[in-house]
Design a protein around this ligand. Structure first.
Ligand code: SF4
Ligand code: SF4
Length: 283
């Protein structure tokens, strides 16, 4: 079984469109959406949720009003101003340090785990998919990504799958590092602009740091042929295999509006390009 992650130095480069295309083309696979802060693979794959679980992470203080004697000591003690004048804990402001629970003279404060989001196992028209949703203003997206990865891998192993196709988190932070651990190949999607090249190089540096195989795809390459050539030359010089290039085509947006992947849509040039990229990735 091979785990392939599709990543980009920033959002909006066509990463999810390519992931969904691979999902349509790969046989015998499990999909994992690790873009838990702004998941959108589900928009193209229309998952039917079969299993739903809470994601718990971090702790928050909770005041039992029946025990609380309203002495106000916890309000003064909390350096994060997380306890209001009416003895309520703001769970977003609470850092979970538990100090208040120790100084409360009547043990009215308990620490409890936060429910920070949810994760799901779903069925899609291309096979099973593990995905998640992090709550608003919640942290620990790296931990949730690791959980999604673990569940997707377990599911793929139990079904003897050949592939785990992972939509990685954008950027270069903790969630993307969690999307990269233990993968067999990272596919970096970039656009032919100076900032696109800069962002791609940053994420390639991250993959090299972890000694992971990395390959590149240039999306909308024909919008800026000079920059596209510059990226190709850079790949050649730095031993980064170029998997392929995808042309600009407004049909891609039309396909998205119809919630279809490129391989399912009209027979356009882009479709052949994406198929060639998938074949090159397997070769
Ligand atoms: S320290 Fe305890 S008793 Fe005092 S206000 Fe806070 S929760 Fe209530
Ligand atoms: S756990 Fe820490 S941060 Fe949260 S309310 Fe208590 S003292 Fe404040």
């Amino acid at each position: 079984m091979k785990q392939i992650v599709i990543i980009s130095g920033k959002g909006g480069t066509g990463k999810t469109v390519l992931t969904a295309s691979f999902a349509a083309l790969a046989k015998n696979k499990v999909m994992a959406d690790c873009d838990v802060d702004a998941a959108d693979l589900h928009l193209l794959l229309a998952p039917d949720i079969k299993e739903r679980q809470e994601f718990k992470s971090g702790m928050s203080a909770v005041i039992d009003k029946k025990i609380c004697e309203r002495c106000g000591k916890c309000i003064v003690a909390c350096r994060f101003n997380a306890i209001s004048e009416d003895f309520k804990v703001n769970s977003v402001a609470c850092e979970g340090c538990a100090f208040c629970s120790h100084i409360c003279p009547v043990a009215a404060i308990k620490m409890q785990q936060n429910v920070s989001g949810e994760w799901f196992v779903s069925q899609t028209r291309f096979g099973p998919m593990v995905h998640a949703k992090l709550g608003i203003a919640e942290e620990n997206s790296g931990k949730l990504v690791s959980l999604v990865r673990k569940k997707a891998k377990e599911l793929a192993e139990s079904r003897n799958c050949d592939w785990v196709i992972i939509d990685g988190a954008p950027g270069i932070g903790c969630p993307v590092i969690a999307s990269l651990s233990g993968i067999d190949c990272a596919v970096v999607v970039t656009e032919p602009t100076l900032s696109g090249l800069h962002d791609a190089l940053r994420i390639i540096e991250v993959t090299k740091h972890f000694k992971l195989p990395v390959k590149l795809v240039i999306n909308k390459h024909d919008l800026n042929p000079e920059m596209s050539k510059e990226i190709e030359e850079h790949c050649l010089k730095n031993n980064i295999p170029l998997l392929g290039k995808i042309s600009f085509d407004k049909s891609v947006v039309e396909a998205m509006v119809e919630a279809k992947t490129i391989p399912e849509y009209k027979d356009i040039k882009v479709k052949q390009e994406v198929i060639k990229i998938w074949e090159a990735l397997q070769g």
